[in-house]
Design a protein around this ligand. Structure first.
Ligand code: ADP
Ligand code: 5GP
Length: 203
């Protein structure tokens, strides 16, 4: 069976990563979202196991020690990490996996899996980013200020990614991410040899 592909989506808080990924997961079969572990508090409406697995610092650090995380990073003062076994199982079963990660996490994943595809989602402007974080209504004034002050550092790393998508018009951004995923899956790889072989056998 053809191994699945890893897609990493990053971008500053409020740029629309969750919204874009949600739309892609609704529309694309064979693509699955990896739910991260975090020590941050759940926002109103967030469910354990859906947006994140919410945990405490002690358990999180134990998972690191036990080698259970594919990558982990501290973002906005909290720990975030990707459960390793789930991702490995899904890829082995031919599923494409989406990881929503900060820049440090994305760079760690690239080291672990050089075939991972890294996509950076930019807002149309910093002013619009601020409107979106405020409009979402989930952050305290301190958390909002921290996220905005980090935004420009994160945006400065966008050129380390394979693709940049500007999330101005949501439909267009979703179509662009889908196009990237489709093209990446059609790329010639070692497993393409099996496909070509079939034609030789038939002739
Ligand atoms: P992130 O996951 O990057 O932190 P969200 O997906 O939570 O961002 O989006 C932040 C806010 O911006 C949400 O209220 C969402 O509805 C809104 N949003 C997302 N994409 C767009 C868009 N293209 N145009 C306008 N608002 C958007
Ligand atoms: P939020 O608290 O807004 O959900 O996420 C904050 C930041 O943490 C976002 O940039 C998000 O992409 C990042 N993040 C979420 N899960 C992970 C993870 O498992 N690992 C890493 N490195 N970053 C993550």
């Amino acid at each position: 069976m053809k191994q699945g592909k890893l897609f990493v989506v990053s971008g500053p808080s409020g740029t629309g990563k969750g919204t874009v990924c949600g739309r892609i997961l609704d529309d694309r079969e064979n693509t699955i979202y990896s739910v991260s572990m975090t020590t941050r508090e759940p926002r109103e409406g967030e469910e354990d196991g859906k947006e994140y697995f919410f945990t405490d610092k002690e358990k999180f650090l134990k998972m690191i020690d036990d080698g259970e995380l594919l990558e982990h990073a501290q973002v906005y003062g909290q720990h975030y990490g990707t459960p390793k076994a789930f991702v490995a199982d899904m890829l082995k079963n031919g599923k494409n996996v989406i990881l929503e990660l900060d820049v440090q996490g994305a760079m760690s994943v690239r080291k672990e899996d050089p075939d991972a595809v890294l996509i950076f989602i930019l807002p149309p402007s910093v002013a619009e980013l601020e409107r979106r974080i405020s409009g979402r209504g989930t952050e305290s004034p301190e958390s909002k200020a921290r996220r905005l002050s980090e935004a420009i550092n994160e945006i400065s790393c966008a050129d380390k990614y394979d693709y940049i998508v500007i999330n101005d018009d949501l439909d267009k951004a979703v179509e662009e991410v889908k196009a990237i995923m489709t093209a990446e899956q059609l790329k010639v790889t070692e497993s393409s040899a099996g496909v070509i072989e079939k034609y030789k056998e038939e002739s």
